[in-house]
Design a binder for this molecule. Structure first.
Ligand code: SF4
Ligand code: SF4
Ligand code: SF4
Length: 385
């Protein structure tokens, strides 16, 4: 079988972070023991060349700066690395784009210029209105990070840098769906809503809280004057309406197939999430890289197949929306798949009441638009000379 090509490389540039969020999965126990691991740009370039030699790179490549907090990576090195990667891509006929996921607590001026120059798409971790955000996302001294993050979001937007928001959803959000949307509307960005994962091994992901929030948020968004871009709601609706495959590795059945993470200690991991919570990682040399990558993929595929068998995914009514889910998350749930029942309930809701409410909103909009066109035509007739 042909080895799938990589289109996404996650650069876990440093294990350091400026914040100490309550739910940090990157604050794995070994973070304290290795507080300043920071990857080597030269090793990354060597890795890219080896992947290209082995024909493992897709024609269009996305590199995602991640951490820890990637803006703690020295700016001059980052700037040089992005220039070098662009040179590399030009020489090898590849298209390349950069993304960056940040807590936006600090935005060093040098980084700002580089982000603007490379038109880096910046995802900012903001959990919602200030009281909700600051309740979990704070500096090591306990002070909230909201004020800094929102100011830096505005600075990025003022420099025409594309931005989006990533929110971690947990019990802080319950009952605040409308508040979340009122807060989001003027920011004029798309939002990705993730559950609060506990990948540390204690297995207490609160899926009920997450899917309840998504359900209420969906209804609140349909009744809101603003139009929102909310993930995963948008792609789930696309899957239900058009049958298009889910866009995320976690639900597309493509786990580990098209992406790889380069860790702060210059190793390779199948993805950022697994790199954070003790999943399989590989040391590599240019000569062994292809074999190491294949072995990482094999072990992930075996794990996924075992998990799918254990929960009988192949007979699951929502298989096309889930494809077995994310093995890193399921591993942490210790075979107590609360996720399955909660996700099924949510999809059942979306596929019936959800689509009915969506159709109603679209019909209302069509009626309003038709009325507006009538009024305009009348006004134009009245004012004709
Ligand atoms: S910003 Fe991210 S890496 Fe930093 S402490 Fe918070 S969750 Fe962890
Ligand atoms: S383990 Fe999960 S996050 Fe990582 S590649 Fe697979 S599905 Fe995606
Ligand atoms: S909901 Fe559970 S059983 Fe259904 S496809 Fe997803 S992981 Fe498998």
């Amino acid at each position: 079988m042909k080895t799938p090509q990589l289109d996404t490389i996650i650069l876990k540039a440093t294990s350091r972070c400026s914040l100490a969020c309550d739910y940090c999965s990157a604050h794995a126990p070994d973070l304290a023991a290795h507080p300043s691991r920071t990857f080597s740009p030269a090793r990354l370039l060597e890795c890219l060349a080896a992947l290209d030699n082995a024909s493992l790179l897709a024609d269009t490549l996305t590199l995602i700066w991640h951490g820890g907090e990637p803006l703690l990576f020295p700016h001059d090195h980052a700037c040089q690395l992005m220039d070098d990667i662009r040179d590399f891509a030009d020489r090898h006929g590849l298209a390349v784009c950069f993304r960056l996921q940040t807590n936006a607590f600090n935005l060093p001026p040098g980084w700002l210029q580089t982000l603007a120059r490379h038109q880096v798409h910046v995802g900012i971790s903001l959990d919602g209105p200030q009281p909700i955000h600051d309740a979990a996302r704070h500096a090591p001294d306990g002070s909230g990070s909201y004020r800094h993050a929102i100011q830096n979001l505005q600075t990025l937007q003022a420099h025409d840098i594309p931005t989006a928001i990533l929110s971690v959803i947990d019990a802080r959000h319950t009952g605040h769906e409308r508040d979340y949307l009122d807060w989001l509307a003027p920011l004029n960005v798309s939002a990705r809503l993730n559950p609060r994962f506990d990948c540390s091994g204690t297995g207490h992901n609160d899926w009920n809280t997450y899917f309840s929030f998504l359900r209420h948020l969906f209804v609140a968004a349909l009744n809101h004057p603003h139009t929102f871009r909310l993930q995963p709601l948008d792609w789930l609706l696309q899957t239900l309406i058009h049958g298009t495959p889910p866009q995320e590795c976690a639900f597309s059945g493509q786990c580990g197939q098209h992406l790889i993470a380069f860790t702060p200690d210059n190793r390779l991991a199948p993805c950022g999430r697994l790199a954070d919570n003790g999943g399989p990682c590989a040391d590599w040399t240019p000569a062994t890289l292809a074999a190491q990558l294949a072995s990482l993929r094999d072990s992930l595929e075996r794990e996924t197949a075992q998990q799918r068998l254990a929960t009988d995914c192949d007979s699951c009514p929502i298989l096309k929306c889930c494809h077995g889910g994310c093995p890193a998350v399921r591993r942490a749930e210790h075979g107590h798949p609360e996720f399955c029942s909660q996700f099924r309930n949510f999809i059942a809701y979306l596929a019936h009441d959800g689509l009915r409410l969506l159709r109603q909103r679209l019909q209302d909009e069509r009626r309003r638009t038709a009325n507006l066109i009538d009024d305009l035509q009348k006004a134009m007739t009245t004012h004709q000379p």
